[in-house]
Design a protein around this ligand. Sequence first.
Ligand SMILES: O=C(O)CCC(=O)C(=O)O
Length: 231
Amino acid sequence: MAERAFTEVSGPLAHVGVRIIDGAFSADLVERAISTMRNGRWQAASVLTDPRCGIDDGSHVDETQRRTKSVVVSLQMLSDYQDVFESLCEMIEAEHGDTVTSPSPPSFLRYAEGDYFQPHVDHSVGTNHPEMKYRNISCVVFLNEPDGESAYTGGSLLLVPFPEFGEHGLAIEPRAGRLVLFPSTMVHEVKPVESGERYTLVTWYHSQEIPAAVYKSDYVAPPSESDGSAY
Ligand SMILES: O=C(O)CCC(=O)C(=O)O
């Protein structure tokens, strides 16, 4: 794997703490993820709710907020991709100037036509949600892009660091293999996909080591772990 470096970010994105690493995942890993996700079994991705709202147990499917497919992959695959995120901790920490550790097992997300994720935050200050409370930096990896192979339209990732940006937000240019980091308290959304399919990996870096048990319930092991592919 080639030496990885931050891509220069200019303008408002740089000021609000957005960082980009292009090519963090090898072309092989990008390809493997897409082909697994294209054919893999999936479940509707859930949204987390702050227990302070007192309306549910903290995680549920709500298609008014989010219509996204979370693809089920083998534990081997989960760990292969988590290792890459893990290998970036040191360089992100050096850039961030604060502890950056324990990336969560990544989500393999597939957005079909009409799928979206309404504006939300990944961490709200003072939350006691068992997953959300440790999140420090949100991380999205674009696996495909609007041009080229596996093209799609729509599906922009918009960041809304301040209300002034309103519904227009700051769009991140999607490039296959591009990894984007931003503070987990920042409002962001995924606009509806208009055609084709959009594929991303998502993880969160934490400000302290987190108990492994926090993510246990997220694992859905395929019947066969042998070939490392989804089923
Ligand atoms: O898929 C994306 O681009 C972002 C997903 C997202 O916002 C999230 O999982 O919190």
